[in-house]
Write a protein that binds this ligand. Structure first.
Ligand SMILES: [Zn+2]
Ligand SMILES: [Zn+2]
Length: 182
């Protein structure tokens, strides 16, 4: 969904939309499950920079709800994560950043991004918001046993019988000592 400066100059854009899985590309690590629901509005914010110089920002306020699937960091089985998030974002024209003096607005309150040309795609913002919400490391369960390093079996599902790692050499040394003492 294109958000155009030209349209925002006339009126704010209210949106309510459902994206089907596959409509937004989240890359190879993250997959959308079911529909992604979003609603909110886009509005134009004019920043005045003295004289008649001003730049036009796009403010995007809204929320999104959906579910995504990522792989367990240990066993690689799919794990579903619900994502529910509100956002309040400010997009500045990329062109305004080139060689202009520092813009003073309260940057702590809003996350700032950039748009170029005549506007931006809502999908790009949603993608970014969802990727930000994905935990760095997801486990299918807190005590996931992971894959066997020797045969690749999922150790949550089967006992493969491979030796899991070498015994700690410090214990081996203690064992030797114990043998000598006997
Ligand atoms: Zn797992
Ligand atoms: Zn194994």
């Amino acid at each position: 969904m294109k958000i155009r400066i030209q349209d925002l100059e006339v009126r704010n854009l209210e949106f309510e939309h459902q994206f089907q899985a596959g409509e937004i590309d989240f890359g190879s690590e993250v997959r959308q499950v079911g529909v992604l629901q979003t609603d909110g509005r886009a509005e134009l914010i004019r920043e005045h920079h003295g004289g008649n110089k001003s730049i036009e920002d796009i403010r995007l306020v809204g929320k999104l709800d959906g579910r995504i699937e990522v792989s367990c960091a240990r066993c690689l089985e799919p794990v579903e994560i619900p994502i529910s998030r509100s956002f309040d974002l400010l997009y500045r024209p990329l062109e305004s950043e080139r060689g202009s003096d520092e813009v003073a607005i309260n940057e702590a309150e809003t996350e700032i991004g950039y748009y170029s040309g005549e506007g931006m795609e809502l999908e790009d913002s949603l993608r970014e918001q969802i990727l930000l919400a994905v935990p760095i490391k997801t486990l299918c369960r807190y005590d996931c046993k992971g894959l066997c390093v020797t045969c690749g079996a999922n150790r949550n599902e089967q006992v493969c019988g491979c030796e899991q790692g070498k015994p700690d050499p410090r214990w081996a040394a203690l064992g030797d000592l114990k043998n000598k003492l006997q």
